[in-house]
Design a binder for this molecule. Structure first.
Ligand SMILES: Nc1ncnc2c1ncn2[C@@H]1O[C@H](COP(=O)(O)OP(=O)(O)O)[C@@H](O)[C@H]1O
Ligand SMILES: [Mg+2]
Length: 390
């Protein structure tokens, strides 16, 4: 159910028509509180433009504490930057212009959509060049589980992200959007951050490409981004740089699984031990950690005993070395998508499958919802009015 607070009957009628579905329209914020007392699930509360801003913000600050499941969508007539900033600080879910009917409808249906409670995989390494991007990309495809899960591949190697080139994607949409005034949840809900990879079906969020943009993205915003992605995707795979940057720490804090990649060479092993020690020191759970060896069968292989002495625990997977990896990158189609039976793909798939029992599988439901929202209709309206609401 959506609650609309609007004292102007005509404005209320316009909002109701834009939002559709099951609605309760009331004329005062006091009546909203009465309705909320009986609400259990997530509930969009649309505060119309006729409600004075100070009153609306006082109510928002109070309701977000008393009813965390109520998400305030504040409607204003051409909201100013100052109003948006104040509203978000008070805890509003989003602030939208009174004329943006499709955005208002979309925000309401996004709030009531089933929550995916996705799991975040942080792919990290002791050293650059050991295969993080290769593994993150192929792992993300494998975790789709033949269409069971919606997967987002997030490139947080902010200064030298390679996901776009590995998947041969256009870089007109990147994380640079996060440096603007728009609210993170709204950017995620509107799909504006996402670049779809047609060959793999992955939703990708790409690293900035303009020099200087990386340092303008604040770690707190990345935290908000990760929280927003968790409610939209079953799995989020994050490709990280090989150092403990603020973006890496923010990701490790939010991640459910830490995948630490190494290659079986002495310098990489030394760095791996240091990394594992730092992760321990920072208090990250060892249970959430998986150590994965990439290019495991190279000729100058190091002895298993030496590896075991460094890792001091189980090794979750060994991914073989193959010149087909470089060839797949040059073609812009990862091995997992082009050749799922390739030994590299099989090793990564087996690793992905070891998580099957603990990952949500909501892809079917959400695919239908996304199709509805792309067609411009709310889930309550069916598809027959496509194109008429924009
Ligand atoms: N299993 C593998 N076999 C052969 N080459 C690999 C393998 N994994 C990665 N590579 C190659 O190693 C290089 C670095 O990989 P990349 O994934 O970009 O590492 P990182 O993201 O850790 O810097 C790339 O040229 C890639 O083709
Ligand atoms: Mg990389």
């Amino acid at each position: 159910m959506t609650i609309v607070c609007e004292s102007d009957p005509l404005a209320a009628q316009v909002l109701a028509a834009a939002i559709g579905g099951e609605l309760q329209i009331v004329s005062t914020l006091g009546k909203v509180s009465v309705l909320l007392a009986n609400v259990t699930g997530r509930c969009p509360v649309v505060i119309g433009a006729s409600v004075p801003i100070d009153e609306a913000l006082r109510f928002t600050a109070q309701v977000t504490v008393e009813h965390p499941a109520a998400l305030v969508i504040l409607i204003r007539d051409r909201p100013t930057d100052a109003e948006i900033t104040r509203a978000l600080a008070a805890g509003a879910h989003t602030v939208l212009d009174v004329a943006a009917h499709d955005k208002i409808a979309h925000a309401c249906s996004a709030v009531t959509a089933p929550q995916a409670e996705g799991k975040i995989f942080a792919v990290f390494a002791a050293k650059g060049g050991c295969g993080k991007t290769t593994l993150a990309t192929n792992l993300a495809i494998a975790l789709q589980g033949e269409g069971q899960r919606r997967v987002c591949l997030l490139d947080l190697d902010l200064e030298s992200g390679d996901v776009a080139s590995v998947l041969d994607l256009d870089t007109s949409r990147t994380l640079t959007y996060l440096t603007g005034k728009r609210e993170v949840g709204e950017l995620v809900d509107s799909g504006e951050l996402v670049t779809v990879s047609p060959q793999t079906g992955l939703d990708c969020i790409l690293a900035p490409v303009t020099p200087g943009d990386a340092e303008r993205i604040r770690p707190a915003k990345l935290g908000r981004l990760l929280r927003a992605l968790v409610s939209r995707y079953d799995v989020i795979v994050v490709d990280l740089p090989a150092r403990f940057s603020p973006a890496v720490l923010a990701t490790l804090d939010h991640a459910h699984h830490h995948v630490v990649v190494a290659t079986p060479e002495r310098p990489a092993l030394k760095n791996l031990r240091v990394t594992l020690d730092i992760l321990d020191l920072l208090g990250y759970s060892r249970a959430a950690r998986a150590v994965l060896f990439n290019r495991s069968d190279t000729r100058a292989a190091i002895s298993a005993a030496e590896v075991a002495a460094v890792v001091r625990g189980p090794i979750a997977a060994h991914v073989p070395s193959s010149s087909d990896v470089a060839a797949s990158i040059n073609r812009g189609v990862p091995l997992m998508a082009a050749h799922p039976r390739h030994p590299v793909s099989v090793a990564i798939q087996r690793f992905a499958d070891s998580y099957a029992a603990v990952l949500p599988t909501s892809a079917g439901v959400r695919a239908a919802q996304d199709r509805d929202s792309r067609l411009g209709c709310s889930p309550h309206q069916g598809g027959s009015n496509a194109g008429t609401t924009a």
